[in-house]
Ligand binder design. Structure first.
Ligand SMILES: Nc1ncnc2c1ncn2[C@@H]1O[C@H](COP(=O)(O)OP(=O)(O)OP(=O)(O)O)[C@@H](O)[C@H]1O
Ligand SMILES: Nc1nc2c(ncn2[C@@H]2O[C@H](COP(=O)(O)O)[C@@H](O)[C@H]2O)c(=O)[nH]1
Length: 183
């Protein structure tokens, strides 16, 4: 089978990580571990959730694409994707919409874009429950990047699956249909 990458994108708190974990647990689809200079949240583990970097160490990696998001740097490497493809012909990656555009440009139809949407008020509530510290949460919600990522960018028109993540069961049912069509 040709290699594929499921690119999960959307604004903060819309459920990207939840879907990435679902793909891993249900379909053994591993996720690409990306790099960031942000501090770990409670429970996040280096080398599992992210490679947590200092501003200096971040610059030492070779990125397929990299972005600034709410004051922190994030990037994904070709090596990271290739390592993940060694484990499985289908990988997933969680990125912002700018990253999704980069993957679409580089991999064309081999990049399957899942764009997650949710009501912004519901999202703020979910993130507070997730334990995000209030000041950081407000900064994140107000950031230009996060406001941008509630809408699909025009570069991806016609090339993505939109998932309104309200009822998690319905979301998973929809994801199951997408995976059937991909496999
Ligand atoms: N449909 C849903 N209903 C209720 N809670 C949900 C739903 N989907 C996800 N959540 C919860 O919302 C919180 C945010 O989800 P998640 O971490 O997956 O979002 P994210 O898009 O990866 O966010 P971020 O970009 O900030 O890391 C989590 O605590 C998750 O368990
Ligand atoms: N373009 C990229 N975006 C990435 C990458 N790794 C994560 N992200 C996205 O950043 C924001 C913030 O993430 P958070 O974990 O701090 O909430 C979110 O949209 C992620 O999807 C990356 O390598 N490239």
């Amino acid at each position: 089978m040709d290699k594929k990458v499921i690119v999960i994108t959307g604004a903060s708190g819309t459920g990207k990580t939840t879907i990435s974990r679902y793909l891993e647990d249900t379909y053994n689809i591993p996720h690409v571990i990306t790099h960031t200079t942000r501090l770990p949240r409670d429970g996040e583990v280096n080398g599992v959730d992210y490679y947590f970097e200092t501003p200096e160490s971040f610059e030492k990696n070779h990125y397929l694409e990299r972005v600034e998001y709410s004051g922190n740097k994030y990037g994904s490497s070709v090596e990271g994707l290739e390592e993940t493809w060694k484990k499985s012909d289908i990988a997933s990656i969680v990125v912002d919409t700018k990253g999704a555009i980069a993957y679409q440009k580089k991999f064309g139809d081999a990049a399957i874009i899942l764009f997650l949407k949710a009501d912004p008020e519901e999202v703020a509530d979910r993130l507070a429950k997730r334990g995000d510290e209030k000041a950081r949460l407000l900064k994140r919600m107000a950031s230009e990047e996060n406001r941008r990522d509630f809408e699909i960018p025009k570069e991806l028109y016609g090339n993505y699956y939109e998932i309104v993540n309200k009822d998690i069961k319905k979301t998973k049912d929809y994801v199951n249909q997408v995976i059937k069509s991909v496999k």
